[in-house]
Design a protein around this ligand. Sequence first.
Ligand code: TRP
Length: 348
Amino acid sequence: MHQHSALKTKPDLQQEKILTGDRATGQLHLGHFIGSLQQRVALQHQHRQTILVADLQGLTDNGHQPHKVSSNILNVVADYLAVGIDPSKTTICLQSAIPALAELTMYYANLVSVSRLERNPTVKNEILSKSFGRAIPAGFLTYPISQAADITAFRATLIPVGDDQLPMIEQTNEIVRKVNTIAQDEILLECKPLLSKTPRLPSTDGKGKMSKSMGNCILLSSSEKEISRAVKSMFTDPHHLRVEDPGRVEGNVVFTYLDAFHPDVGHVRELKQQYQEGGLADGTTKKILEECLQEILKPVRERRERFISDKSQLIEILKNGSDKSRQEANQVLDRVKQAFGLDLFQPA
Ligand code: TRP
């Protein structure tokens, strides 16, 4: 009995189809690396996996500056390849190159109320932080619907996410159930989140999320010098004035990063203890962290430089992935159109 329920709750990972996506609004950084990219590299060996470069979702708050999106599409693809995502194992595709995603969004939009969209906690927070005022772009408010189109079009069942994306999964499954009710058949699949175990990496100033414009993040493409500068300026314990003073480890960005990146957990534990007792300089902890980050990022940066210098190769990879994804998405679109009875021109 016990064994049976354990079997039931454990997803059969081999069978799951995985979808992840990134808004193409900037280069990827260390937070992406530790939170998601490394996991994708590992997952691609056991699963069918698609990664969506979400340029249209990126436009939902950048309609007035589309260049911020268009100029970053190939940057993001180069970042993927640099960390070891292998296009022969993982399908990398471009959202705007798959019209069925936009079409599905139009069908689903009729099944979701405006108040439901306004209640989505992630959208709610983003609206506040982006200070749209009364001018919330309709595309922004409705992006959870478009994300449901992404997930269902690829028949994805497992979505690796941070906890901010849980409301998107929930809304997707609501739409799935509504469509299936209309179709009187399980034409769409419900999906489950695969929650990332690594906590969100703070910005180097300790003030919140990393953002390139704030100059508080380390990009996968950051040079040796930029990494060094970023680590030297990291937020530590403002009350740790003299080396011999006891220092605080909580909220100390250097230790947060050491926890995330240093391979020797025992050594980090010793450093923390010494820091808390007093007698360990911030300069020393920063030096240890810098060495570790330089070692991790050097090969990534070098690979990235090679990929970004061959744009036609990047375009080819993205085009191949998009061609394949378009076929998958069109099949789902056909079934959804059938469900709505709008399949007049489909062969019987
Ligand atoms: N919303 C995701 C983000 O902000 C990006 C995304 C778009 C996505 N479509 C997706 C993630 C589909 C998972 C599945 O990072």
